[in-house]
Design a protein around this ligand. Sequence first.
Ligand SMILES: Cc1ncc(COP(=O)(O)O)c(C=O)c1O
Length: 425
Amino acid sequence: MKKYAEMTKAELQAELELVEKRYQELKDQHLTLNMARGKPGKEQLDMVSDITEVLKADSDFMCDGIDARNYGNLEGLPSCRKLFADVLGVQPENIFIGGSASLQLMYDTIAKCYTHGRVNSDKAWAKLDVVKWLCPAPGYDRHFKVSESFGMQMITVPMTPTGPDMDVVEELIRDPEVKGMWCVPKYSNPDGIIYSAETIRRIASMKPAAKDFLLMWDNAYCIHEFFGDYVPFPDILSECAKYGNEDMVFEFASTSKITFPGAGVSVFACSTHNMEYMKTLLNAQIISYDKVNQLRHIRYFKDKDGLLALMKKHAAILGPKFRCVLDALDKEIAPLGIAEWQRPNGGYFVSVNTMPGIAKATWQLCKEAGLTLTGAGATFPYGKDPKDSNMRVAPSLPPIEQLEKAMEIYCASMKLAALRKLLAA
Ligand SMILES: Cc1ncc(COP(=O)(O)O)c(C=O)c1O
């Protein structure tokens, strides 16, 4: 098969007729398929549903000498802090256990900068005319939504195969109005990239003009390998501390994609100084988070090895799903030269970059044939992908048989969009 860009008009026209016919056949099946969000599949949820049974009315609710059912211990049960400290490679005193979603902790951390300022701010950010924020893109749409909701001026930083383009970052942080940056350092959403050691060193050693610069280190996929073994990852707190930047960073994680999204346990990790400051502010907001759920997680997993053992079982389900997506792309799309994609070993997404100008059209064609995908553009600040090219594919939710169909629709739609664009040129 020739690449589309090398085809004559007549060849493109002949191919269009074939693809249109196939697309129509798929559309006529009136399917309803969804690859929009990184949700664990039912099999994964079923695997951990017995966590709901580890505590019964007659259970021992005491943990570390604390009754998990009662008020107290704002920062979380010591055993739970230890569990996450081991996962993130930090000390238990640097861990704060929050509620059921890390996104809420992230939102709250930023909200506190606006209402009260950072530990080292001259002013609460709400009093500033402009707050600029670095957004490596493609990135996580909900990060951008948080920034947008606070009226930040988002600045796109290109992603490279080793993480955000640090030449660009180092230039931009010379502006004192640039107050922070989003990072998903391991199996980034959506690219599935692991930041290189050199990128991490350059991030940890940044010297931003803003003294109250906030590095939002969202390590959502810290133990989420689906091909191969667990990959150890540097602890950003001590990396930053090496350069006197210990107060610059907050790290986040959760069990949303380990136990239940929306009913797991979330954490942030930060310096002692930040911890004291955050506890003072949080103390006005809540007496204690859900320690009963923390206790369930401790009893269920026991330690980091317990978590890693479950992630191996997840990998046995997720690996074949990702392979299904990658195989379809390799077979149907690669020979045509109309898109490129990453080949992640973990995380929840495959990031596809189509030829410029066809992502939206591909998304629309998928929708009309019954396949819902993350909106084209969603992976960029303000939902605007300047090249109209990036598409986030989330293979985790549908069973394999549905994924195969979904990928047929996806590939046919992309081909159709590409052919129409090339023929209109
Ligand atoms: C990078 C990233 N961070 C955070 C989340 C959400 O985590 P939580 O459920 O803990 O809010 C997701 C979910 O897709 C994600 O991809």
